[in-house]
Write a protein that binds this ligand. Structure first.
Ligand code: NAG
Ligand code: NAG
Ligand code: NAG
Ligand code: NAG
Ligand code: NAG
Ligand code: NAG
Ligand code: CU
Length: 172
C-alpha cells in the first residue's frame, strides 16, 4: 500500500513537471514573456521571498466562473511552501443557485477531465464568504484545485481549476 502510494506520488510529480514544462514551452513559442521562476517574484508581492505570502486566488476577481485560473496561476506563481491561498466566493442565494466550492483532485487525469468523483471537498459553498477560505500549501506535492459548482460544469466550462507545485524558498 505504502509503496504503491509512493509510486503514484512519483508519477504525479513527473506528470506535473512535464505539464509545467510543456506549458512553459507553449508560452515561449507564443512569444510570451515567460517569468523566470527561479529568481523573480511577482512584482506586486513585496518581501515575498523570505516569509510566506497570502495570495487571493484570482486577485480582485476572486473565485468565480469564467476566469482562467490556469492562466492566473501561471502569471502569479510560483507559490512557495507555507504560502496561503485564499478563495473568496459568494454563498448560495436565490440568485446564486450553483454556488462555488473548492475541491482537491487526486491526480492530473482527474484534473484534466474535471472528474470530481474521487475529489476531496476542502471548502463548501458557504466557506468562501467573509475573509474567504484559506488553504496553506504545506507539502511538496502538486495541488489540483477545482470548483465543484454545477457538478463539474464550473471546472470544465468555467475554467475554475488550477494547479500548484509549491517551491522551496531560496536562502533556506
Ligand atoms: C516589506 O516591504 C515593505 C515595503 O517594501 C517594508 O515597508 C516592510 O518593512 C517589509 N516588511 C518586512 C517584514 O520585511
Ligand atoms: C472579492 O471579494 C471581496 C471580499 O473579500 C469583495 O469586497 C470584492 O468585491 C470581491 N470582488 C468581486 C469582483 O466580486
Ligand atoms: C487558459 O489559460 C491557459 C494558459 O494561458 C491556456 O493554455 C488555456 O488554453 C486557457 N483556457 C481557455 C479555456 O481559454
Ligand atoms: C512551514 O510552517 C511550519 C509550521 O509553521 C514550519 O514548521 C515549517 O518549517 C515551514 N516550512 C517551510 C519550508 O518554511
Ligand atoms: C460548510 O461548512 C461549515 C463549516 O464546517 C458548516 O458550518 C456549514 O454548515 C457547511 N455548509 C454547507 C452548505 O454544507
Ligand atoms: C462543457 O465542457 C465539456 C468538456 O470540455 C464539453 O464537452 C461541453 O460541450 C461543454 N458544454 C458547454 C455548454 O459548453
Ligand atoms: Cu464555481
Amino acid at each position: 500500500m505504502a509503496s504503491s502510494t509512493y509510486v503514484q506520488a512519483l508519477i504525479l510529480l513527473l506528470s506535473a513537471s512535464m505539464w509545467a514544462i510543456s506549458m512553459a514551452n507553449r508560452q515561449w513559442q507564443h512569444g510570451f514573456n515567460y517569468p523566470d521562476w527561479s529568481h523573480k517574484r511577482h512584482p506586486s508581492r513585496q518581501n515575498s521571498t523570505d516569509t510566506p505570502n497570502k495570495i487571493v486566488v484570482g486577485g480582485s476577481q476572486n473565485w468565480t466562473f469564467g476566469v482562467n485560473y490556469t492562466d492566473w496561476a501561471l502569471k502569479n506563481g510560483p507559490f512557495y511552501f507555507n504560502d496561503t491561498l485564499v478563495f473568496k466566493y459568494d454563498p448560495p442565494s436565490d440568485t446564486n443557485i450553483h454556488p462555488h466550492s473548492v475541491y482537491l483532485l487526486p491526480n492530473l487525469w482527474s484534473f484534466l477531465k474535471c472528474d470530481l468523483s474521487k475529489a476531496m471537498l476542502i471548502a463548501n459553498a458557504t466557506e468562501g464568504g467573509g475573509d474567504g477560505f484559506e488553504f496553506v500549501l504545506k507539502k511538496w506535492q502538486p495541488y489540483y484545485f477545482a470548483c465543484g459548482g454545477g457538478a463539474g460544469f464550473h471546472c470544465n466550462n468555467g475554467t475554475m481549476k488550477f494547479f500548484v507545485m509549491p517551491m522551496f524558498r531560496r536562502g533556506h
